[in-house]
Design a protein around this ligand. Sequence first.
Ligand code: C2E
Ligand code: CA
Ligand code: CA
Ligand code: CA
Length: 281
Amino acid sequence: AKGLGKARYAVFDASMHAQAMALLQMETYLRRAIERQEFRLHYQPIVNLKTRELVGFEALIRLQHPERGFISPVEFIPVAEETGLITQIGAWVLREACRQMHEWQQKFRSAADLKISVNISPKQFRQLDLVMQVKQVLQETGLNGRYLKLEITESTLVENADLVANMLKELQALGIGLSIDDFGTGYSSLSYLHRFAVDTLKIDKSFIKDFHVDWEKSKIVNTVIALAENLGIDVIAEGVETSEQAYLLQELKCQFGQGYLFSRPLDSQATEALIAAKLEC
Ligand code: C2E
Ligand code: CA
Ligand code: CA
Ligand code: CA
């Protein structure tokens, strides 16, 4: 029995070791990517479901690694959060998204009213100078705060609620919009919708997937849309892939959608072409 215990311990140890190595390796990748400026932003259109008109974009980070190829943010953002590198990476995302949006607004009339949404991780709200950083970015890039929306998750609102409430108030005073990302997957306490003056809910794509054939899901989606409407909050459905979904969402009075049906996230060149052509998705 002793021998077995030892062997088990060795296996456990080996897998922990492998995990630690993978983490360390990813951290090294990220540090190098920061140094070499290998991050890019892609932009996914958000559309008015009824008119199919483009209303804005969500900025999504991309990392093309010289050896490993494309690395998904699903893989590296958690590591960036764990190692604290999200501070630097997040600051870059915010600046680049605002700079790019302002450039497009200057260049194209059709971009004048478009909004840019930027994902802000819970860890970024631990930086006490986040509000200062945002103010500085707006000032330096020239973007008016009313064209910027921050996407935060329910967990951000739950951790350090009082501090976050104050920070959000200051940001909202700059005209910045507040979206709750992945709505329905977290704490889903309804009280905060009012407390934090949320202006947009993004229904998580897990609820949209198959919701047109899943009675339970469609009831949930319907309830969220009705609730938001009562509170004067906009709703964006994430992960809209089929025209059936788009049709049903519109029937349920969901105003906005985002997903492969309309467009995949596009690199900056393709995004610019879309704006220039003033295409509807
Ligand atoms: P998210 O914020 O929920 O972003 C939406 C994700 O859904 C994106 O994945 C997008 O490409 C994907 N998506 C869009 N339409 C569809 C669709 O029709 N079907 C399906 N199946 N997926 C769709 P992506 O770009 O891989 O990003 C994954 C996550 O990584 C994001 O989820 C977000 O949590 C995080 N992330 C991405 N960029 C940033 C960033 O700049 N900062 C932070 N903190 N997190 C980021
Ligand atoms: Ca998001
Ligand atoms: Ca989301
Ligand atoms: Ca998500």
